[in-house]
Each structure stands twice: as C-alpha cells, then as structure tokens.
Design a protein around this ligand. Structure first.
Ligand code: ATP
Ligand code: MG
Length: 598
C-alpha cells in the first residue's frame, strides 16, 4: 500500500517500513513526521512511506531510508543489548576481583537504554577472489570491519566516490550481489595473550594446529602507529644468531631490522630458523610469520622447532599459498600486533617475515582486484608504504616504556640475484642492513652462502660484544682480499710465498665460516674459533679437514680449559691475558694433534 498525492512520487523521500502488524493512521503520521524532521523535507507530506509485511521482524519494525536503517525489530533490540553486555565484559576483563566485575556488569544492565538506532546498510555490488565492492555504506572508515548478512567479516580497504571496496576474512560463502552489509565502527584487531606461545595460528589468530582454543585477554589493532623518536633508545644489546658468518661480520642488535635476501633455495629460511633455535634460554620470544608458503614447508619448520624445543618460546603465524590474498596481506600486521603485545610488556621479541616478496604479490593481487591503477611492475603506488609502516613498528623501546624490543628479520626473494628490482630496493632502503645470500656460493658448498661484499649491518656494530669485535678484527678485509686475489692468481702457477700464505689463510677462513643446519654456535666458541684462525694457527690444516679440526679444538677447550669460555661469556671482553691463554691452548692442541699423527 503506498500513498500518493497529486504531486510526483519520484521527487519525494522514499522510505520503507517493514513490520508484522500494520501501524495505525496515527502511528503512520508519526513516522512521517519523524522522517521529515530527520531528512529535512519541507513537510511530512513529502515522505513516501511504503509498507511491507515481514514476519522475520517479530514485534516492532524496521524503517529504512536509502542505506539507513532504524532497527526496532525483536532481533535488533536483542542485538543492542548483547552489544552493551559485550562492551561491559571487555571493560571488566581488566579487573581481577569478582566484585568489581559484577558491579561493571550490573551498571551495564541498569544503564541500558533501548533506542531505535540508525545504522547504515550497504548492498554488495560485486564479489569475487575475496574482494567485495559495496554501495550505500557512506559512513565507514578505512580499515573498519564490516559484517555481511551471512556472518562473514571483511575490512574496508578502498574508498571511492561511488562506493567502497572490502577484503574478506573468510570464504565468500553465500555472499552475492544484493547481500546486505553493515559497518561495525571497529578497526580490525588481533586477540593477544601469553597463551599464544607454542601455537600455530592463522592470520586472524585462530589456532590451526589442532589444539584447544586459545584463551585471550586483550585485543590489539592489527595496524598500529610505530613508536616515536622519544619512545625509542639506540640498539645496544646483541641478538645472537649463532651463525658465525653473521655474528662476526654482520652483527644484529635487539630492535634492528636486518633483511635476509637471496634467490630461491639459497638458505634464507634456514638462517631465520637457526636464529630462532639459538634464542633458547636467551629470554627472547620468537614469532615466525609464513606468508604464501606451502603448508608442507610450514609443517617442516614447525617440526624442526618442536624437535629442538624451540616452540616453547615461539608462535607461528601462517597464511598459506592457498589462503585468499587478503589473509596473506594481513598476516604480517597481525603477527606484529602480537609482537607489540610482548614488546610493551618489556619483553624482547624476534619476528621473521618469510617472505615479504610474496606479501607484496598478495597486496598487488588485491589492489588490482580493487581496481587501483597499477604502477611499476604492476604494483600499486603505495607498495613502499606497505612495508615501511610494517617494519617501522620494530623498535627498541625506552626504559620508561619497559625497554622491550622487536627485532625483525624480513626475507626477500630475488630473481637471478637482481637486488635492484622494485621490491628488493624498497625493502633494502627501509631496513638497517642486509644479509645477501648468493646462489653460486650455495652451490659451491659454501653454506650459509653469505656474500661478504654485499652484506652489511648498519646499526649492529654497537651491539656486538667487545670480545667478538676484537676476535673478528680484520676478517671482512681478509676475506675481501682473498676473493680478489683468487681471481687474479687462478691463471698463474708461480706465486711468491706471501701470496701463497694469504691464499691458504683465506681458504681456511672461508671453510671456517661454513656451518651445518640446526647447529648454532655459542659466543665463546665463535670467539675462540676466530682468534685461533685469525692468528694463523690453522693455516697448516688442509682445507678439507678444517671443520673437523675446529670441532676437536672446541671440544679440547671445553674439556681442558673451560675457564676460557666462562671468562668470555661472563665479561664479554678479551683482555690481552685472555688472548694469550687462548693462543697458548691452541698451540697445546696443535702439538697434541701432531703427536697423534706421528
Ligand atoms: P625458498 O626460496 O624455497 O624459500 P630458502 O632460500 O628459504 O628457499 P631454505 O629452504 O632455507 O632456502 O634452504 C634450501 C635448502 O638448503 C634446504 O634443503 C636446506 O636444508 C639447505 N640448506 C640451507 N642452509 C644450509 C646449510 N647451512 N647447510 C646445509 N644445507 C643447508
Ligand atoms: Mg624459504
């Protein structure tokens, strides 16, 4: 039933009233009066109110004008009450004592006023590949969570003059053209708590390891502003990777962001996982974020971590290659929210993003689906901001804020060793240095395949222990000279003694830097190995036997001179006397070896 006057209906305010029992004439006039005031029509006669009978409304009504909806249905009123209670429950969760919780809940019930609140209802225009375009949601914000009528949640990711675009956090299900969407006024958040340690979760924090559900105490927004300058302090505490080639030449400090970059299958993940293994008993929480990886690869990593009891202090946040692009896109942000939870509690956190190349690809996919214009290599214009706002959240906090830190090891995969491609150069410019892994070295058997010339650590030097700094001394320069000389001398057969010595020494050092998987070295072992080798006390060892010699040497120190390692670990310094005793012990070991051979 509709009401028409002599005037043109199409110029009037169109409204629809859904209810079970039609309202009386008086009530109808009141509705029109209300709408006329609300939407500023000249008079109540300018409102064209259509009535529709809808049993699902229950007692009450739903009044809709354009995309606005005034919900006074049974379900709508229930929902208002539930929201009120939910809010109170969240407020109460901070309190420990039962009485306080009860009073908060009590107040929530008493203060509850039922109102026919206006909410905006949008309509789905298109849906596909985890992306939805919506019309009619005129008052949502960027990053706001929206709710579809089948219960699926999404996040607003694009705002245009003629509609908004959202990414879905779940399979599309029954969402189709014409489905209804409402805004929630909330930003996307990640549940956080200590209970996450030891678990494997998806990009939204839901467990996917088959274990019980995770008890969470708090929510943190997945997008969060990075700490400001005043909130930070310089990097001075080392983050030991346990990998000799890195700790000696490219030291990483807590709060630093060190990029691991290299072609496919060059041992990038291995460096990150070995670093996690090395954090055992070092009071550091680790988060491994897998982005767009195969489920089998992730399972392999989880198994390695479990086998070394590293899951006790580790969380794995996984978005696999089969997850929709939006989930792969949010995974590093939500993992960082979890890291921030620990950091603001004063803890040290190590976070590995494996890898950001796939993250950029996922973002490119969803940007193109949202209809953004493609730029260089088809990435959208804001792809730099994608990674800078993520990595800037890693910091070492000031003492006033608890002194916690997030150290990041982002990983980037290059094509054919090309570090000057778009995404690699972006991330290189954001991070505080990079470990460059080279395919040729890897295939030669030089593993970890760290390219000494192209790798750098820009802030870690301040965090390196004095002992390591002294022991590593001229290692970088020696290796650089060795590689240069190798190239020049490969054609000539008659070399002078000094050159031969330098080549032999270089070969020993290169061999020394080889390190098997899952075998992190302690600081004292690293310092002793380097001191002995740098003082040319291994130069007589045939290259093939260097690793065995090193192993026996370290066993000898641990057995016969445990005080040396104790002193290095305790003081973190190398006094002249200590160096002297290290070298004397090395001679001692050499003569034992000599005798055994004779
Ligand atoms: P992808 O590009 O597939 O992610 P990746 O660069 O992460 O590869 P990894 O998966 O870490 O490389 O390593 C590739 C292979 O090399 C693995 O089989 C691993 O066992 C081996 N590997 C890595 N580092 C070492 C090492 N130091 N010693 C011996 N083998 C190693
Ligand atoms: Mg890998």
């Amino acid at each position: 039933m509709s009401e028409t006057n002599t005037r043109d209906v199409s110029t009037m305010l169109q409204a629809k009233l859904r209810c079970v029992t039609p309202p009386s004439e008086k009530q109808l006039a009141q509705f029109k009066e209300f709408l006329s005031r609300r939407y500023h029509t000249a008079s109540a006669a300018d409102v064209n109110l259509t009535l529709e009978t809808d049993p699902s409304v229950g007692g009450g009504f739903i009044l809709s004008v354009g995309s606005d909806e005034f919900d006074w249905s049974t379900r709508g009123r229930e929902r208002q009450f539930e929201d009120q209670i939910d809010g109170a429950r969240q407020r109460a969760s901070g309190h420990a004592d039962q009485e306080k919780i009860m009073s908060v809940m009590q107040a929530a019930v008493e203060e509850f006023h039922l109102t026919a609140k206006a909410s905006e209802v949008g309509t789905v225009e298109t849906v596909g590949d985890g992306i939805v375009t919506i019309s009619g949601l005129d008052h949502v914000q960027y990053g706001e969570i929206v709710l579809f009528d089948n219960g699926v949640k999404g996040m607003i990711q694009d705002i245009k003059s003629d509609g908004v675009g959202a990414i879905l956090f779940d399979q599309e299900g029954t969402i189709g053209e014409g489905s209804h969407v409402t805004g929630t006024g909330k930003q996307a958040g990640m549940p956080v708590s200590d209970a996450y340690l030891g678990r494997v979760v998806d990009a939204l924090g839901n467990p996917i390891d088959g274990g019980e559900s995770i008890k969470t105490s708090e929510y943190r927004p997945i997008e969060n502003a990075a700490p400001g300058i005043i909130d930070r302090q310089p990097v001075t505490v080392p983050m030991q990777t346990g990998i000799l080639a890195i700790d000696s030449m490219f030291p990483i400090g807590r709060g630093q962001r060190e990029l691991i970059i290299g072609d496919r299958q060059t041992g990038k993940t291995a460096i990150a996982t070995d670093t996690i293994l090395n954090q055992k008993d070092k009071n550091c929480i680790c988060i491994y974020v897998a982005i767009g990886q195969k489920s089998s690869t992730i399972a392999g990593i989880v198994n390695t971590l479990k086998a070394h009891e590293a899951m006790d202090y580790t969380v794995v946040v996984a978005s696999t290659a089969s997850d929709p692009a939006p989930l792969q896109y949010v995974a590093p942000y939500s993992a960082t929210a979890l890291a921030e939870y620990f950091m603001y509690k004063g803890k040290d956190v190590l976070i590995v993003y494996d890898d950001l190349s796939k993250h950029a690809v996922a973002y490119r996919a969803l940007s193109l689906l949202l209809g953004r214009s493609p730029g260089r290599e088809a990435y959208p214009g804001d792809v730099f901001y994608l990674h800078s706002r993520l990595l800037e959240r890693c910091a070492r906090l000031s003492e006033e804020l608890g002194g916690g830190s997030i150290t990041a090891l982002p990983i980037i995969e290059t094509q054919d060793g090309d570090v000057s491609a778009y995404i690699p150069t972006n991330v290189i410019s954001i991070t505080d240095g990079q470990i460059f892994l080279e395919q040729d070295l890897f295939f030669e058997g030089q593993r970890p395949a760290v390219n000494v010339g192209l790798s750098v650590s820009r802030v870690g030097g301040a965090a390196q222990t004095k002992a390591m700094k002294k022991a590593a001394g001229s290692l970088r320069i020696d290796l650089a000279q060795y590689r240069e000389m190798q190239v020049f001398t490969q054609f000539s057969s008659d070399l002078d003694e000094a050159t031969k010595n330098q080549l032999a020494q270089g070969a020993v050092l290169m061999e020394l830097l080889k390190q098997p998987l899952e075998a992190p070295m302690s600081v004292s072992d690293q310092v002793i190995s380097l001191l002995v080798a740098e003082n040319k006390k291994m130069i007589h060892v045939p290259v093939k036997e260097v690793k065995d010699y090193q192993r026996d040497l370290l066993a000898f120190y641990a057995d016969q001179h445990p005080e040396i390692a104790g002193e290095i670990n305790k003081s973190g310094r190398l006094s002249e006397a200590l160096i002297e005793s290290v070298l004397t012990a090395a001679d001692e070991f050499a003569s034992i070896q000599e005798k055994a051979r004779a």
